[in-house]
Design a binder for this molecule. Structure first.
Ligand SMILES: [Zn+2]
Length: 273
């Protein structure tokens, strides 16, 4: 009886996941509180800028895949942390890219990955040379036309003049550089290779390297590959948590967020320079 009570207390101490609206609301409060933050909405997607008067620099994109709830939590964690550190560089953040999807993942379907139109936003950046036709029922369905979704249209705009793009996902522990869809080396290979190994010092369990080479699959039409194609000098994918289970919530999200947030906070801060 007593041990059950202790377990109950421990479990209730682990912070619960925020709803999508709670995260967006909390982010907006930060915008009213700190003069260096500006907020705006593009459709239902919130964009936060830190020191928007400075030249474009790093772009952080979170929760592109709906069920990866922890990534939206990491966004909120960073949004609270940034004003305390007062970095001089501009930071552009999309705390929750797939707004409808994340809400659905929390409310009714923890396995929800794609957007409202049944498209995987992270496959919608396809080009004739970086394209695979996925079935509509596939979790990787790329959409009938490229850059046709609210998420991909916004991201494409934000990527213009960005120096370093970071796409934050969960499902495994990895620090990837492009390409996702081909084995060819990116132009800026040496810099990116050195950088991911620097980041990886904070994540000893992470798989590190070009995604197509290091992961078990190739992903076509992803936003990091598109960023490189578009001339962004550096692009990375962070996979911040994963475990092997058939339970969707548990596969993508830790029970206790603390360790994951602390670890990736350090790595994200390294991306601002
Ligand atoms: Zn993902």
């Amino acid at each position: 009886m007593r041990s059950a009570l202790v377990l109950f207390v421990i479990l209730s101490c682990a912070k619960a996941y925020n709803t999508t609206q709670d995260i967006l609301h909390a982010a907006q409060i930060q915008c009213t509180k700190h003069k260096h933050y500006t907020c705006y909405y593009d459709n239902e997607i919130l964009v936060l800028e830190w020191k928007s008067d400075r030249p474009k620099n790093v772009l952080w994109n979170f929760n592109e895949h709906a069920r990866e709830l922890i990534t939206g939590e990491l966004a909120l964690h960073m949004i609270h942390l940034i004003p305390k550190l007062n970095p001089s560089k501009r930071i552009t953040m999309v705390p929750i890219m797939n707004v409808w999807g994340r809400t659905t993942a929390m409310d009714s379907n923890p396995c929800q990955r794609k957007n409202k139109n049944n498209v995987d936003p992270n496959r919608n950046f396809w080009t004739p040379t970086n394209h695979r036709k996925y079935r509509k029922s596939s979790e990787e369905y790329e959409g009938r036309t490229p850059i046709s979704q609210p998420e991909s249209i916004l991201l494409d705009k934000l990527l213009t003049n960005t120096k370093r793009y970071v796409n934050v996902h969960s499902g495994e522990s990895s620090i990837y550089m492009p390409h996702d869809g081909s084995y060819s080396k990116v132009k800026n290979y040496k810099t990116m290779h050195e950088t991911i190994h620097k980041y990886a010092k904070h994540c000893p369990e992470c798989t590190v390297g070009p995604a197509a080479v290091k992961s078990f699959y190739r992903a076509y039409g992803t936003s990091v590959d598109w960023a490189i194609e578009k001339g962004v000098p550096e692009a990375y994918t962070f996979e911040i948590f994963g475990r092997e289970t058939s339970n969707c919530f548990k596969m993508f999200n830790p029970d206790d967020m603390t360790k994951t947030l602390e670890k990736w906070e350090k790595i994200l801060l390294l991306t601002i320079n």
